[in-house]
Design a binder for this molecule. Structure first.
Ligand code: C5P
Length: 314
């Protein structure tokens, strides 16, 4: 087979706590990540030449070597030069459904799909652990995006512990289409404002990690307790993104007023989500928020928790 078509799922953060500095300049995090069924389609196709090509139907996605999906293929070619030589280059086509610069790991999901797709195209037989190690070289969210589901992510976000299946929830996602937030900006601004509160030392970080493992979010997931899960939603980055973007704070307020189980900004934003137990409740909230804010720039999606990251499709 010279072509594989994959679905690459978006993620939301049910929990994101910034613990402190890391020696590599990144932040030490404790997060709970959840895949949702909003997904991009990524097709990888062998080329007779050794070239790596990316094409995408979204105007804001670069089609050159700066695209994370292109970097994923270049990394595979560098690690497995014989397979690259033997099977040739690759054309990567990305059909975008996941909004860009949204805090939903769309770019990371695309890169994860390229790793999985090239593993199959080049018949490498890599394990999920090996793919995750490669993914961590590309970005902190890439390892999670490979397997998806529900996981605790620590370290930079690349250290994963899978969690039991959460309750079957729906997430209404809302994002102003013209607004995106730069992740380095969000973390950099957080550092400027909250550095004094950072936990110091590996031991303090490890105690906090342990606390999350036995904390309300993980307990709500383990007990399939949807109301408790809604109450345990938390994201430190809201403290910098909401004040800088009042429209996002207003969107969050509108979602809270619509009465879901709980409402949160995902990752570095600006996507905000609210959780419900049924599709009907999610669609009602979607309509209420659309009517209340009445802004054509606001896009809303009803999604469902998903147990997969990258998935082969027909
Ligand atoms: O790993 P990724 O490329 O997605 O990270 C994007 C940016 O987010 C980093 O350059 C850094 O500024 C910030 N970041 C961080 N600590 C993390 C993850 C990301 O400071 N654990």
């Amino acid at each position: 087979m010279r072509l594989y078509s994959l679905l690459a799922a978006a993620k939301i953060n049910l929990y994101l706590e910034i613990m402190g500095h890391r020696r590599d300049g990144f932040h030490e995090l404790v997060m709970v990540m959840q895949s949702v069924d909003l997904a991009d389609r990524v097709t990888v196709r062998s080329l007779p030449s050794s070239e790596i090509r990316v094409q995408c139907d979204h105007p804001l996605v670069p089609q050159d070597a700066t695209n994370l999906a292109h970097r994923a293929a270049a990394l595979m070619a560098a690690k497995y030069p014989q397979a690259h030589h033997h099977h040739g280059g690759v054309e990567i086509s990305i059909e975008k459904q996941i909004p860009v610069g949204a805090g939903l790991a769309g770019g990371s999901a695309n890169a994860a799909a390229v790793l999985v797709g090239l593993d199959m195209l080049w018949q490498l037989g890599l394990t999920q652990g090996e793919l995750q190690t490669l993914g961590a070289e590309l970005g902190s969210d890439v390892p999670f995006c490979i397997g998806g589901g529900t996981a605790i992510a620590t370290g930079r976000g690349e250290q994963l512990d899978s969690l039991p299946s959460p309750p079957n929830l729906y997430a209404v996602l809302g994002k102003y289409q013209s607004l995106s937030v730069s992740t380095p900006w969000a973390y950099g601004t957080y550092r400027q404002q909250f550095e004094a509160t950072y936990l110091q030392g590996d031991e303090a970080h490890s105690r906090r990690r342990q606390a999350l493992h036995s904390g309300p979010m993980v307990s709500a997931i383990a007990h399939q307790d949807s109301p408790a899960l809604g109450k345990a939603l938390y994201n430190d980055l809201e403290k910098v993104v909401l004040p800088a973007h009042p429209a996002v704070a207003d969107l969050k307020a509108a979602m809270v007023a619509a009465g879901g189980l709980g409402t949160l900004m995902s990752g570095s934003g600006p996507t905000v989500f609210t959780l419900t137990t049924t599709r009907e409740a999610a669609e009602t909230i979607q309509e209420q928020v659309r009517d209340r804010l009445a802004d054509p720039d606001l896009a809303l999606w009803v999604t469902r928790f998903s147990s997969t990251g990258v998935q082969l499709t027909a």
